[in-house]
Design a protein around this ligand. Structure first.
Ligand code: MG
Ligand code: MG
Length: 255
């Protein structure tokens, strides 16, 4: 395992990549409505990244054919944008990764389309809350397991499923660096967290199963029982008092 610690200059560069990711998210969020296609959202991301001089982390990654991942309802991660039209009541997880000046930012968010059910809204709230608890646990001196422990204990208390086969990762000059960041675990296990370790933390919670299967497109990961799934992710730098979020959400952009 090779863990790279970033200096302040590198963290600032990652934050700049993170701001491009956040800008793409805020534009996508405003566009999400019944009748828009997931390919339309991919176009918004492509234009935003292009304008910023950034490149998608995902396009061409092991052959992935789009700029972002769009995962609807029971789809958890790695959905491919296409002709699918969003419908009132859907939830859609949008994962955006961007490379700027050689550094990656990576952030996912699940959005409601129009009016969503109370159950779906609770799942979104719980997954976002789990993310911020995990970000808090990304504190120098903790062990890596503290992050997954924070996700798992909160999710279980809320009665949510924690997707078992996927998790977060180190990030920097590569989209996926060591260590793997599980969404479950014990706080006394795993490598010691040091300031300057940069991680993508990404809880994936469901209203049912913790097990997954991959669709025939070879990418889209779904819950094996068809239950709804949500995915929230930030890129953070481990710090003395929790993770410093490098992909912080922007206020609504007026343009
Ligand atoms: Mg991501
Ligand atoms: Mg990620």
């Amino acid at each position: 395992m090779t863990i790279t610690i970033k200096n302040e200059t590198e963290i600032r560069l990652m934050e700049e990549a993170g701001q491009v990711v956040a800008l793409a998210h805020s534009r996508i969020e405003r566009a999400i409505a019944p009748g828009i296609s997931t390919a339309d959202l991919d176009d918004i991301a492509r234009e935003t990244l292009e304008d910023a001089g950034a490149v998608s982390s995902f396009l061409g990654y092991h052959g992935f054919p789009a700029h972002i991942c769009t995962s609807v309802n029971d789809e958890i991660v790695h959905g491919i944008p296409g002709r699918r039209l969003l419908r009132e009541g859907d939830i859609i997880s949008v994962d955006v990764g961007a490379i700027l000046a050689g550094y990656h930012g990576d952030s996912a968010w699940t959005y409601g389309v129009g009016q969503i059910s109370d159950k779906a809204a609770e799942l979104l709230r719980d997954t976002e809350a789990a993310l911020y608890l995990a970000v808090e646990a990304a504190t120098a001196g903790n062990r890596l397991g503290a992050i997954g422990h924070a996700v798992e204990t909160f999710a279980k208390r809320q009665g949510r499923g924690v997707v078992q086969n996927y998790g977060g990762h180190g990030i920097g000059r590569q989209m996926h660096e060591d260590p793997h960041v599980p969404n479950q675990g014990r706080p006394d296990r795993g490598v010691a967290l040091r300031s300057g370790l940069t991680l993508a933390i990404e809880p994936m919670l469901t209203l049912g199963s913790e097990d997954t299967r991959t669709l025939r497109d070879g990418w889209t990961v779904v819950t094996d029982d068809g239950s709804l799934a949500a995915h929230f992710e930030h890129t953070v730098a481990v710090g003395p008092e929790g993770g410093r979020v490098l992909t912080r959400r922007l206020a609504p952009v007026l343009e």
